[in-house]
Design a binder for this molecule. Structure first.
Ligand code: G2I
Length: 314
């Protein structure tokens, strides 16, 4: 599908995989990877052939990396990082702080104890992977859905409104070479939630709080379609001086409609010079968190779905 879109703008494109087509455009094409699937030959075959960026789907989350306070376990995340390095892929780290998938001990503390635990968690994990991560999702999903434009209520939010800023400063100190991203969903178009994220990025840039990129998860289906102003929204963030990345793309559906929607997303990214790459949230439909919606680029047997016919992408 990437190749189909590239053909619209460059008839000379020679890319034959998602990754090589993206690389020709100075971008990457990534996939969320699960450590327990690295023994599946079909899965690994597609991964190694098509992708040049990986995001551990769950293995770098707080519950996975620090199941007991102060006891860090990196075995599964390390397997993914080492697979990526061996095969010439880069890694997006996901996610240092999130209201979800916290270990039980973190859910049971609050106030300054939780704040200190968060800082220690970020420092330890980012230090462990220093020099190996292209970009970190430092803070994930910190804003409320709906029209409030406010922060999501969470134990982290209740430690003080400055928790996001502290998280970014802590990550920067631990690995000055990693790009630091804010990542969220339902921020793909212009709305109250994305406006709130926009205001924070603008404020961070004005005050010198380190932030390098904004991730747009882009989980789409009929209830949450690709927004008409998707490209414009990416562009307004890029204009603030951050990279933008499509971080968890999946689009429920099938056939030409699904292919067209993927094409729209790819074209939007290609049209924004600071859109540095696209990551799909899984490889085969059967690997997806929304498997019944068949939202990915490869079917359950590992076959690449047909690209958009040239005639439908004038
Ligand atoms: O929910 C979709 C994504 C939304 N944005 C942040 C992402 O991190 C999130 O990913 C999903 C994973 O794809 C799922 O695989 O996050 C879920 C957790 O909120 C992941 O599901 C969990 C299951 O809930 C657990 O029961 C399971 O143990 O995956 C775990 C590991 O397989």
């Amino acid at each position: 599908m990437f190749a189909a879109t590239v053909a619209v703008t460059s008839t000379a494109s020679a890319g034959t995989t998602l990754g090589t087509s993206a690389a020709e455009q100075g971008r990457y094409f990534g996939a969320a990877v699960a450590a327990n699937k690295l023994s599946d030959a079909t899965y690994v075959g597609i991964l190694n052939r098509e992708f040049n960026m990986v995001t551990p789907e769950n293995e770098m989350k707080w519950d996975a990396t620090e199941p007991s306070q102060g006891q860090f376990t990196y075995t599964n995340a390390d397997r993914i990082v080492s697979h990526a390095q061996t095969n010439g892929m880069r890694v997006r780290g996901h996610a240092l702080t999130w209201h979800s998938q916290q270990p039980g001990w973190a859910q049971n503390i609050s106030g300054s104890a939780l704040r200190q635990a968060m800082v220690n968690h970020i420092t330890q994990v980012v230090t462990h992977y220093r020099g190996k991560i292209y970009a970190w999702d430092v803070v994930n999903e910190a804003f409320a859905d709906g029209g409030s434009g406010g922060r999501r209520d969470s134990n982290l939010q209740r430690t003080g409104n400055d928790w996001i800023e502290v998280a970014f400063r802590t990550a920067r100190a631990a690995d000055p070479g990693a790009r630091l991203c804010y990542n969220d969903y339902n921020t793909d178009g212009q709305n109250a939630k994305s406006n709130a994220v926009y205001a924070v990025v603008q404020d961070f840039k004005a005050r010198g709080v380190p932030i390098d990129c904004v991730g747009f998860q882009s989980h789409f289906n009929t209830a949450s379609p690709v927004p008409g102003d998707y490209q414009a929204n990416l562009q307004r963030f890029a204009n603030l001086g951050v990279d933008v990345q499509i971080t968890e793309l999946d689009i429920e559906g099938s056939g030409t409609t699904q292919a067209d929607n993927y094409g729209r997303v790819v074209r939007a990214c290609l049209a924004v010079s600071r859109c540095t790459g696209i990551t799909v949230w899984g490889i085969r439909d059967t690997d997806s968190w929304r498997a019944s919606g068949t939202p990915l680029l490869f079917d359950g047997s590992g076959n690449k779905k047909p690209r958009t016919p040239r005639s439908s992408t004038p």
